[in-house]
Design a protein around this ligand. Sequence first.
Ligand SMILES: Nc1ncnc2c1ncn2[C@@H]1O[C@H](COP(=O)(O)OP(=O)(O)O)[C@@H](O)[C@H]1O
Ligand SMILES: [Mg+2]
Length: 250
Amino acid sequence: MTEYFERPKNIEINWSALASRGFLTPDNVNYQLSEEYRAIKRPLINNALNGKVKGINRSNLILITSSLPNEGKTYSAINLAVSIASERDKNVLLIDADIPKPSVARTLDIHYKYGLTDYLDGSIERFSDSILQTNLKDLSIVCSGKHHSYSTELFASNRMQQLVNELTEAYSDRIIIIDSAPLLATTQGEVLASMAGQIVLVVEAEQTPQEVVLESIRRLKSNDVVLLLLNKSRNNVDINYYGYGQYGNV
Ligand SMILES: Nc1ncnc2c1ncn2[C@@H]1O[C@H](COP(=O)(O)OP(=O)(O)O)[C@@H](O)[C@H]1O
Ligand SMILES: [Mg+2]
């Protein structure tokens, strides 16, 4: 993929191409999928906007993770971002923080060179220079940035802490969705999870062994809100059935 240095003013997401690959689009042509994401996003938005009352720190920072690769994190992160941004008065920033296997840019056909790691290692000074506005008014995107062997350290840095504080405090009405690396295959996911107010643990239905899911839940035990999203269930031929559960004290 050829990457460009100059930040494009507007990213044109090709919705029909996405729809043909089974993704949600703002026009809700896939009614069933839209309904599923309505159910998924409702408690997340509710927690995000009422974090103070509910005692959830950084409630507007939602981390999408899974136990293993390929369970559907990026698929779910993009769908959730599109679904929330399509609502009136809801602003979404989707950040690709899966540095070992970034795929938001590839999925949405974005070719801008800079992203999160470039800000964290100081290659770009202002975080705003990494933010890309899309053709969906309330959706902006930050790509992963260049590959980094020390991304766990970058995520554990003061610069990351500061960034997370600024993003969650300055824009309390904005929902930040982070697409992360899997929890059990890497260390980045766990570091990010420690910063997020809400976690969505994507589970590939009928694939991921139960003990693997339980191990992930155990690693997330210090997080107040962990929601399970059952992806690719075979109960439905369209593999679009989602289950949803909440684990408080596992
Ligand atoms: N429910 C689903 N319906 C259709 N395609 C899906 C679904 N979930 C995942 N996929 C596809 O499966 C592949 C792996 O999913 P992806 O979201 O990239 O996994 P991860 O980010 O967890 O590694 C991608 O091609 C994605 O588009
Ligand atoms: Mg991914």
